[in-house]
Design a protein around this ligand. Structure first.
Ligand SMILES: Cc1cc2nc3c(=O)[nH]c(=O)nc-3n(C[C@H](O)[C@H](O)[C@H](O)COP(=O)(O)OP(=O)(O)OC[C@H]3O[C@@H](n4cnc5c(N)ncnc54)[C@H](O)[C@@H]3O)c2cc1C
Length: 485
C-alpha cells in the first residue's frame, strides 16, 4: 500500500482484487465524483447508496434542452481537455461517447475594447490606444505576459520544478506578481480582457499559471450529444442504488458506523446507516450540514475553500449570422462590456435547422455578480444590447434567451473552488482532502492540479474509493500525478 497508485490504471482496471471486507458506502451527491466513486466501489463488490438532492444526475454538468430542434446549451461543464486522461477514459473508452473538437481560437472573432471592435486576425499591440510605457510599446500582449512569466516557465522545465513553483510562488496573487515584475497598469488593461484574467487577478498565481502553461484550453472537445450524456451513462450501473430528491442535512459519525439524515422533496425525513460516507457536495454547502466528529482544522478548511461565481446567458437566434456574416464557427469574442465573453459554441447546434444558439455572456466573479441582482428579463435585455454593439444582426434575429447563475444554485454553490494565495501549500491543502473517521471528501476541490475541472472530481473519487476499498482510515493513498504539483 506504500507504492503510489496510478489513477488511470485504477479507473481502467477497477479497484484491486485484494481489498478489505465489503462495506456499505453512502455517497452524498450524484455529480461526476459521486458517480465515479459509486461505480468503482460497486464493481469491487461493495454496497453503494447514493443520495442526491436534485432530480437529476450530473450536478455541475447540466445541459439545457429547451431550444428549438436538437439544439442545447451547456449551463455547466462543456469543454473536455484532451490532456485530462481520466475524463478521456470515461468518455472514450468506458462509455464510448462521440465527441467533436471545441476550438477556442477563431481568428474571425473580435477583441472589443473602449467601444472599438477589432478582428483577432487584425489585432496587434497598436490596435487600441493604450498608453504603454516605452519598454512595452510595440510588444504583443502575449509577449508581455510571457516575459513576465519567464521565471516560472524556466522552473517548470526543471525536474521537481513544479514543487519549487508552489513553494516559492504560492504566496502571490496573479496581479501582485505581475506588478512585481513591472508589468504596467496600461498593459493590464489589455491583458485582463484579452486573456480573461481580470476576474482572476486577485487569485492564486500558481493555479492560473498551471492552466496557462499547460495550455489546458488548447485542445478541447465536446460531447456531441451533450455533456449530460456523461453522467447519464452511469444510469445502468447506479440508478437502482440512487435516491434522487434526497437532500442530506446531517451526518452522525459513530464508532462503528455513520448515519446520514436526509429529507425528500416534500420534507419527509429519512436516514441511511452505513459503514462509510463519501461527501462529494461542494464544501461551501457543507455549512448548511451538521456533521459530527470533524476536528477544528477540518472545519477551518471547509469554511475557507473559496467558491467562485459564474453565469452563462444563452440566446437563440433565427439564423446563425455569426457563421453566415462573419465566418465565425467557434472561439470567443472578448470585451470590456458587461457581457465580457461571447462564446460561439460549436456544441449544441442543430445543422438541420437555420436557427442557432450562442453564449452571449460567460463571465466570472465580479463580472458575474453584476448580473446576479438583475431579474431574468433584465439580464437578457442587457446582454442583447451589449451583443448588438458588436453584432447588430443579433437584435433583429433574437428569439429568446435563458440564463443560469451558479452562485444562486442552492446545490451548486458557485462555479467551483478557486485557490487564493497561500492555499496550495501543504497544511491547508492536506486538510482539504483529509478524511475524518468515517467521512470521506471527494469533489473537484480535492485535487490540486485539476481543481475545478471534471478531471479533479474524478481523481478525488478514485483516490477515496481506493482508500475505502483498502480499509484505510483517516488517510489517503499517495498517487502518481502527471506532474509533481
Ligand atoms: C459554468 C461551469 C462551467 C464549467 N466548465 C467546465 C468545463 O468546461 N470542463 C470541465 O472539466 N469542468 C467544468 N466545470 C467544472 C465541473 O463541472 C466540475 O468540476 C465538476 O462537475 C464537479 O463535480 P463534483 O462531483 O465534484 O461536484 P458536483 O457536480 O457539484 O456534484 C455534487 C452533487 O451533490 C449534490 N448535492 C449538493 N448538496 C447536496 C445535499 N445536501 N444532499 C445531497 N446531494 C447534494 C449536488 O446536487 C450535485 O449533484 C464547469 C463548472 C461550471 C459550473
Amino acid at each position: 500500500m506504500t507504492e503510489p497508485i496510478d489513477l488511470l490504471d485504477v479507473l481502467r482496471a477497477g479497484l484491486p482484487r485484494t481489498g478489505g471486507p465489503p462495506r456499505h458506502v453512502v455517497i452524498v451527491g450524484a455529480g461526476i465524483a459521486g458517480l465515479t466513486a459509486g461505480m468503482l466501489l460497486k464493481e469491487a463488490g461493495h454496497r453503494v447508496t447514493i443520495l442526491e438532492a436534485r432530480n437529476r444526475l450530473g450536478g455541475r454538468i447540466y445541459t439545457y434542452r429547451g431550444f428549438a430542434g436538437r439544439m442545447y446549451g451547456e449551463f455547466g461543464a462543456m469543454r473536455f481537455p484532451r490532456q485530462h486522461r481520466l475524463g478521456q477514459h470515461l468518455i472514450h473508452e468506458r462509455f464510448k461517447l462521440p465527441t467533436q473538437p471545441f476550438g477556442m481560437d477563431d481568428q474571425d472573432t473580435f477583441v472589443y475594447l473602449h467601444g472599438k471592435a477589432v478582428r483577432r486576425s487584425e489585432f496587434g499591440g497598436a490596435s487600441f490606444e493604450v498608453p504603454l510605457p516605452p519598454a512595452e510599446r510595440g510588444k504583443a500582449p502575449g509577449e508581455i505576459l510571457r516575459e513576465a512569466m519567464a521565471p516560472l516557465i524556466a522552473l517548470a522545465a526543471q525536474p521537481g520544478g513544479w514543487n519549487e513553483i508552489i513553494e516559492r510562488y504560492d504566496r502571490y496573487s496573479l496581479i501582485g506578481y505581475l506588478n512585481e515584475r513591472g508589468v504596467s497598469e496600461a498593459a493590464l488593461w489589455l491583458l485582463g480582457p484579452l486573456f480573461n484574467i481580470e476576474g482572476r487577478f486577485h487569485f492564486s498565481l500558481v493555479e492560473w499559471f498551471a492552466h496557462w502553461h499547460d495550455d489546458v484550453f488548447g485542445d478541447l472537445e465536446y460531447i456531441e450529444a451533450g455533456s449530460d450524456t456523461l453522467p447519464q451513462a452511469f444510469t445502468p450501473i447506479l440508478m437502482s442504488d440512487t435516491r434522487l430528491g434526497a437532500e442530506v442535512q446531517a451526518i452522525e459519525q459513530r464508532t462503528d458506523d455513520v448515519v446520514v439524515h436526509y429529507r425528500d422533496a416534500v420534507g419527509t425525513p429519512g436516514s441511511v446507516t452505513a459503514d462509510e460516507c463519501v461527501l462529494t457536495v461542494p464544501f461551501i454547502l457543507l455549512r448548511h450540514m451538521e456533521i459530527s466528529g470533524l476536528d477544528v482544522e477540518k472545519w477551518f478548511t471547509i469554511r475557507n475553500v473559496y467558491y467562485g461565481r459564474a453565469h452563462k446567458i444563452f440566446m437563440q437566434f433565427s439564423r446563425r449570422w455569426w457563421v453566415d456574416d462573419y465566418a465565425i464557427t467557434h472561439g470567443v469574442t472578448v470585451t470590456d462590456l458587461a457581457i465580457r465573453n461571447v462564446v460561439y459554441t460549436p456544441a449544441g447546434q442543430d445543422p438541420s435547422i437555420d436557427k442557432g444558439v450562442l453564449i452571449a455572456s460567460y463571465a466570472w466573479e465580479q463580472d458575474s455578480m453584476a448580473y446576479s441582482m438583475l431579474d431574468e428579463s433584465q439580464r437578457i435585455a442587457q446582454a442583447l444590447q451589449d451583443l448588438a454593439k458588436i453584432h447588430p444582426e443579433a437584435a433583429e434575429t433574437f428569439e429568446f434567451g435563458v440564463s443560469y447563475d451558479w452562485a444562486l444554485d442552492r446545490h451548486g454553490g458557485g462555479i467551483g473552488p478557486l485557490f487564493r494565495p497561500l492555499e496550495m501549500t501543504s497544511r491547508f491543502y492536506d486538510d482539504i482532502t483529509r478524511p475524518v473517521h468515517r467521512v470521506w471528501f471527494a469533489n473537484d476541490a480535492c485535487d490540486r492540479l485539476a481543481r475545478r475541472w471534471i478531471e479533479g472530481a474524478i481523481a478525488s473519487a478514485i483516490t477515496n474509493a481506493y482508500a475505502i476499498h483498502a480499509g484505510m482510515r483517516n488517510a489517503l493513498p499517495a498517487i502518481t500525478e502527471p506532474k509533481p504539483a
